[in-house]
Design a protein around this ligand. Structure first.
Ligand code: ADP
Ligand code: ADP
Ligand code: ZN
Length: 214
């Protein structure tokens, strides 16, 4: 199963991608997580990516595409994978299509999680991310058992710098301009599946599973 998650920042892509990856035992590949890990480890890639991420801008395509194309060639991706946060631009989608077509392969499902902009700022300001394992929570909709402590690894939960309202609006503008066109791109490939992302996260998940197994 080769799946791409589409949707605005905060639509719930990561939340759903983790559940799908677990259900179908396929790797969850999040470019945002990869960049954050690089920042944490102080790599040159992390330093470059951070300049853009802090401003709510996309990291340039040339820093993203090879990284993902190399990742999906690894052994654990043989039976499929779920890409979360990639592609985010038409050139990225084309790079993925090209890399896959070289091995006679293609994306099977592009799942668009639909959430209107009005709901996004609220979602993002309540999002908390674990500094240890990257797990995400929401102070209201998916609260950790102990405030500001990760259920899974016990590390501290933080509000990401780029989840502050002033940066979120920029990220939404960038989403509409550069990422939303991917909906039509995958519609034209005949692999688009759309779900309502405003309902409870378990229900969103049930609806995605129905689409995958239809
Ligand atoms: P969210 O899940 O809230 O949409 P991500 O964790 O996916 O956020 O991404 C955080 C930031 O990392 C983005 O705002 C962007 O700067 C950068 N980023 C992640 N994936 C990509 C990508 N495919 N292309 C360019 N930039 C990316
Ligand atoms: P994305 O990866 O698209 O940026 P996340 O999966 O990190 O989005 O979700 C953004 C925030 O919204 C998180 O705090 C998450 O717990 C919360 N969230 C995700 N799905 C839902 C939902 N269906 N209803 C309410 N809150 C949700
Ligand atoms: Zn954790």
């Amino acid at each position: 199963m080769k799946i791409v998650m589409l949707g605005a920042p905060g639509a719930g892509k990561g939340t759903q991608a983790k559940m799908i990856a677990e259900k179908y035992t396929i790797p969850h590949i999040s470019t945002g997580d990869i960049f954050r890990a690089n920042i944490k480890n102080g790599t040159p890639l992390g330093a470059k990516a951070k300049e853009y991420m802090d401003k709510g801008l996309l990291v340039p395509d040339e820093l993203v595409c090879d990284l993902v194309v190399d990742r999906i060639k690894q052994d654990d991706c043989k039976n499929g994978y779920i890409l979360d946060g990639f592609p985010r631009t038409i050139p990225q989608a084309e790079a993925l299509t090209d890399a896959l077509s070289k091995i006679n392969d293609k994306v099977e499902f592009a799942i668009n999680v639909e959430v209107p902009d009005e709901n996004i700022v609220n979602r993002m300001s309540g999002r908390r991310a674990c500094v240890g394992c990257g797990a995400t929570y929401h102070i209201k909709y998916n609260a950790p058992k102990v405030e500001d402590v990760c259920d899974t690894c016990g590390e501290k939960l933080i509000l990401r710098d780029d989840d502050k309202p002033e940066t979120v609006q920029k990220r939404l503008d960038v989403y509409h301009e550069q990422t939303q066109p991917l909906i039509d791109y995958y519609k034209n490939q005949g692999v688009l599946a759309e779900v309502d992302g405003t309902v409870d996260m378990d229900l969103v998940f049930d609806n995605i599973v129905k689409l995958l197994e239809a």
